[in-house]
Design a protein around this ligand. Structure first.
Ligand code: SAM
Length: 229
């Protein structure tokens, strides 16, 4: 699949292919958002509901949805990485359809998903224009009134605080990321994030999670919204 991020996608592929051990446990914050009482309205998934995890990494977040009997789909940025993740999930007895795809190119028909998740993936877009193209693509594959959960880096995160500003909301990380000269798009406030999301989604709820893990600060924006179209 052609993409303007071809170089970065190859680097991610090397990361996935070379890695010998990988996490099997899901993102704790996501687990609490799905099962706890933190959202204004709980996310309800019927049997056979369709769930997509964009940039699903090792696929470890699928375990959360085993109980719901949902149909699970994921994307990874190259065919080779997608195939590796498929194998890992098969070994862990998780049935998920993993395809090559990315924020701006999701290989699914429109109006297909009940829930789309973008967990630490949207920041890999390089400009506001690209962010809008990605949100437009998320909205295309979501059903009318379908749910989106999005998690992305917030200003107190170490990778935000150590980044070099290139232009408004656009940052370079130099030594802090394994991909040389990777560009990131970081939202600097809830208000700004909401103003961008508003073009594509409605009923937007934004929270923040913050941890200081032995000196490493991790801060994320947590978004739950519904498809606008
Ligand atoms: C920080 S990891 C997060 C993985 C997983 N979502 C999680 O939360 O554990 C970023 C993931 O995004 C994928 N990725 C990188 N650029 C992307 C893009 N432009 N569109 C979609 N996925 C991308 C990477 O291959 C990687 O799996």
């Amino acid at each position: 699949m052609f993409s303007k991020n071809e170089y970065e996608f190859r680097e991610w592929e090397k990361f996935f292919i070379n890695r010998k051990n990988f996490p099997k446990w899901p993102n704790e914050t996501l687990t609490r958002l799905i099962y706890g009482n933190f959202l204004r309205k709980k996310i309800k998934l019927k049997k056979n509901s369709t769930v997509l995890d964009i940039g699903c990494g090792f696929g470890n977040n699928f375990t959360i949805f085993k109980n719901f009997k949902s149909k699970l789909y994921g994307t990874e940025v190259t065919k080779k990485s997608a195939n590796k993740i498929k194998k890992i999930l098969k070994n862990n007895k998780i049935n998920a359809d993993i395809r090559e795809g990315n924020n701006q190119n999701l290989p699914f028909k429109r109006n297909y998903f009940d829930l789309v998740m973008s967990l630490n993936v949207i920041q890999y877009e390089r400009s506001l224009h690209d962010i809008n193209l990605a949100f437009q693509e998320y909205s295309r594959v979501l059903k009318t009134n379908g749910d989106i959960i999005l998690i992305t880096v917030a200003p107190k995160h170490y990778s935000y605080k150590n980044a070099i500003k290139v232009s408004k909301n656009v940052y370079s990380l130099k030594k802090w990321h394994f991909i040389k000269d990777q560009i990131f798009f970081y939202f600097d406030s809830k208000i700004y994030l909401k103003s961008v999301l508003k073009k594509h989604f409605k009923n937007i709820e934004i929270g923040i999670s913050f941890e200081n893990l032995m000196g490493t600060e991790l801060e994320y924006f947590l978004v739950r919204a519904k498809n606008k179209k």
